[in-house]
Write a protein that binds this ligand. Structure first.
Ligand SMILES: *[C@@H]1O[C@H](CO)[C@@H](O)[C@H](O)[C@H]1NC(C)=O
Ligand SMILES: *[C@@H]1O[C@H](CO)[C@@H](O)[C@H](O)[C@H]1NC(C)=O
Ligand SMILES: *[C@@H]1O[C@H](CO)[C@@H](O)[C@H](O)[C@H]1NC(C)=O
Ligand SMILES: *[C@@H]1O[C@H](CO)[C@@H](O)[C@H](O)[C@H]1NC(C)=O
Ligand SMILES: *[C@@H]1O[C@H](CO)[C@@H](O)[C@H](O)[C@H]1NC(C)=O
Length: 723
């Protein structure tokens, strides 16, 4: 019995599948869908994709033909009608056949043919045109239109219409020049009451089937299902769900934004991201021009270049160009090309001395990409740090004309894209901006503005211009792409990298990166904190103890030591080693050293933050139960020992609960002798290691002395914590 019912269910499933497949093919037999497109633009691909997801068979007229309909921005389009008339000729006598015509570059379909046909039939018309809020191209005809009520759309738009084949054929019967305006043509027929009645021609004034977006921003709302990110566009004036969405006039950017969700782009996960991917063939990888653009002083330029060098892509397929107009970065740019250039297909730089402005620099990179016959150009600005060496391959796979990885500033909403544009063409926040930036929705998104890092396919090279614009080069680029109908996609499928913060970056100070802990904590830590730092926080990690209650940690990198020593030496305000010390409150130092305080070089606050972030957690590991957050420290200073100055320090206690002592250079190499001796235990630490920190109690038990430096210079960084 059970078996039987299972079989029955199976049969039912097969049958219903069969029926629906039949129904679909039936609908394609009954509704003939036409569009006109002369070029397979991104918009055309999007239109076609929407047909596919609803199993609609479409016919494209004019593909590959020269566009004869005049300038798309101006009246024109008679060409479309002439193509359509010819194409539907075979159906002209068949009242069972429905013809749906739409534009393609700025149209998406969001429902099945069955639903479309249903909505058409509900209209009661034999010929139904989409309607919009503006009377175009001849405004003077506005008053001739029948009145409409409330927020209904009064005027005909010829970008989308539907009708029974005989009526569609009939409405096309009058001759029209290829360059004449199609909208005006239909408008005149519609305004002729006799013709209108004869054709049973209506406008879809309440957006039951068609939604024109221009001037309708407040009429529609994207309703996104939060689970699946699937969406429908609702006309909230009439509570209709139009099936065909047309980004007419100035509403292309709006359509692009809606199309990120409409037509089954998501299904809990991003479906669109998995479509039409490029299979990378290792034997035949694309040739790419890699353009590094340096237009402002940025911190961590060395790490930026490291990210480039680590890209997982054969260098012989990359043409490298570094454009710098920043004197501060010229040397490193030149050095990078000189050091690594040989491995690349070609490597060049232009420096600030070449006096190219940013537009010229970016243009030069594009011109070179053409000369090299590159398949792509990959622009990377110097504040865009690549963290994922697969980024180039991952972007290539997405197979877009223009695609960028999402880069954000750490823990900020600042990113390299805009979700929407203001009226003036500047930034405006979109409904999904925060979700995308925080990766609460994962996918690839068509957006109006992208900067900092982007990959452009050869087919879009001609669309790009950085010039001839009131805008900055980034905005000029994006504007040119929007005008050319090249879609700009941002991907947050992975975390590919981040933007460093160049605000407040002062490149004129000694070792400027060192000063940026507050503005770029993560990059700062990557450059300056010892890679083993975190290991030591693990309770099972044994902390070395060279003397009783003297603990030894790996805390900072060589770069930290070198930069800090350089800062101190550049400042060169070493104290004279006498007991009189005007830097102290009492003006008296009992156990003086030759030193410079962090206060003197403007790094006191930074160092206190360093103590809080990195020293305190290590202290808590070894002196259990002592929690002082943040640690207090009035004295943070670098000591210089050398034979001809002050080579050692007599035994003393420190005015601290605990003291830290970080070795800034190498024993036995940069100096000889030196070290720290704890007298009570008769225990010395002499083989101190650069970047390692000693931590010990300040008073009573840890009476200590600085051992004699016999040659060279020894630097140590001392803090008396919680005095
Ligand atoms: C940058 O540093 C220099 C040298 O210390 C200083 O004179 C200048 O005022 C600083 N500029 C800014 C904007 O902080
Ligand atoms: C980190 O510690 C491991 C042992 O725990 C050591 O082998 C490695 O060299 C250390 N890394 C660095 C950069 O010192
Ligand atoms: C701590 O170290 C142990 C032993 O090396 C390891 O098994 C454990 O995963 C570590 N814990 C953390 C949180 O890293
Ligand atoms: C201190 O240690 C040194 C060598 O480690 C040893 O020679 C000396 O005798 C010790 N002194 C005392 C007082 O234990
Ligand atoms: C001091 O170090 C320098 C360079 O490391 C070396 O040439 C010199 O011989 C050393 N002097 C002494 C007295 O050890």
């Amino acid at each position: 019995m059970q078996q039987q019912s299972a079989l029955f269910l199976l049969l039912l499933a097969v049958t219903s599948q069969g029926v629906s497949a039949d129904a679909e093919s039936n609908w394609n037999d009954r509704v003939k869908v036409f569009t006109v497109a002369t070029e397979p633009t991104d918009g055309y691909a999007r239109y076609y994709r929407s047909l596919n997801v609803y199993d609609i068979k479409g016919t494209t007229l004019g593909l590959g033909e020269e566009w004869k309909g005049g300038d798309m921005q101006k009246p024109g389009g008679g060409f479309k009608l002439n193509l359509l008339r010819e194409a539907i000729e075979p159906y002209k006598n068949d009242p069972e056949i429905i013809i749906l015509f739409t534009d393609s570059y700025d149209v998406i379909i969001t429902a099945s043919l069955e639903e479309i046909a249903e909505k058409f039939k509900e209209s009661g018309a034999k010929l139904l045109f989409s309607a919009e809020k503006f009377c175009w191209p001849d405004k003077s005809l506005a008053d001739d239109y029948p009145e409409v009520e409330g927020k209904a759309s009064r005027f005909l738009n010829s970008g989308a219409f539907i009708g029974f084949a005989p009526q569609v054929y009939e409405v096309l019967e009058d001759p029209i020049e290829d360059t004449a305006d199609d909208q005006l043509y239909f408008t005149k027929i519609f305004l002729d009451e006799a013709k209108r009645t004869k054709l049973d021609m209506k406008l879809d004034t309440q957006s039951r089937l068609f939604q024109n977006l221009h001037g309708a921003k407040n009429d529609v709302e994207l309703k996104v299902d939060l689970e699946s990110n699937q969406a429908v566009l609702q006309n909230v004036d009439f509570m209709t769900t139009p099936a065909i969405i047309h980004g007419n006039g100035l509403s292309k950017v709006d359509l692009n934004a809606y199309s990120n969700y409409l037509a089954k782009t998501f299904n809990g996960v991003c479906l669109f991201c998995k479509e039409n991917l490029l299979d990378l063939n290792e034997q035949d990888l694309p040739v790419i021009s890699l353009a590094l653009i340096v237009t402002q002083p940025v911190p961590f330029f060395d790490q930026f270049l490291e990210g480039i060098e680590k890209l997982n892509y054969p260098k012989e397929n990359l043409h490298l160009l570094i454009y710098s107009n920043v004197p501060f970065h010229d040397d490193d740019s030149r050095a990078f090309v000189n050091k690594y250039g040989e491995k690349y297909a070609s490597a060049k730089y232009t420096l600030s001395t070449d006096e190219l402005d940013e537009r010229q620099g970016r243009q030069l990179a594009l011109d070179k990409a053409r000369t090299h016959n590159s398949d792509y150009i990959f622009y990377v600005d110097a504040d865009a740090h690549i963290d994922d060496s697969e980024v180039l391959r991952e972007l290539l796979k997405l197979n877009k004309q223009f695609v960028a990885p999402l880069f954000t500033k750490h823990e900020e909403l600042w990113s390299n894209f805009w979700g929407a544009l203001s009226e003036g063409g500047y930034y405006a926040r979109s409904h999904d901006y925060v979700d995308i930036v925080k990766s609460q929705i994962i996918g690839i998104f068509n957006v109006p503005h992208i900067t900092s890092i982007y990959l452009v396919k050869k087919t879009a090279f001609d669309a790009i211009t950085f010039k001839d614009s009131e805008f900055d080069p980034d905005m000029a680029l994006c504007q040119s792409l929007r005008n050319a109908g090249v879609f700009m996609y941002i991907s947050n499928l992975r975390s590919f990298g981040h933007l460093v913060n160049a605000d407040y970056f002062n490149s004129t100070v000694t070792r400027p990166d060192f000063h940026t802990l507050f503005t770029n904590r993560n990059d700062w830590a990557e450059k300056y904190i010892h890679p083993n730092f975190s290991l030591q926080l693990n309770a099972s990690y044994q902390i070395p103890q060279p003397c009783p209650d003297v603990f030894w940690f790996q805390i900072v990198t060589d770069a930290f030591c070198d930069d800090l020593v350089a800062i101190m030496e550049a400042h060169n305000s070493w104290s004279d080693g006498s007991n009189s010390d005007s830097r102290l409150e009492g003006g008296y130092e009992a156990v003086p050293t030759r030193d410079i305080h962090m206060k003197q070089v403007g790094l006191e606050q930074l160092y206190l933050k360093f103590l809080q972030l990195y020293v305190r957690p290590l202290q808590e590991r070894v002196f259990t139960g002592y929690y002082h957050n943040p640690p207090r420290s009035l004295m943070n200073f670098m000591v210089r020992y050398r034979p001809d100055e002050q080579p050692s320090l007599r035994p003393h206690h420190d005015a601290s609960t605990y003291t830290i002592n970080i070795a800034m250079n190498r024993a036995g190499i940069d100096y000889e002798g030196g070290g720290c001796r704890f007298i009570r235990y008769n225990c010395s630490v002499t083989d101190t290691k650069k970047g390692w920190m000693l931590m010990h109690p300040g008073r009573l038990t840890h009476f200590h002395e600085g051992l004699l430096v016999t040659n060279g210079t020894r630097y140590i960084m001392i803090s008396f914590i919680d005095p």
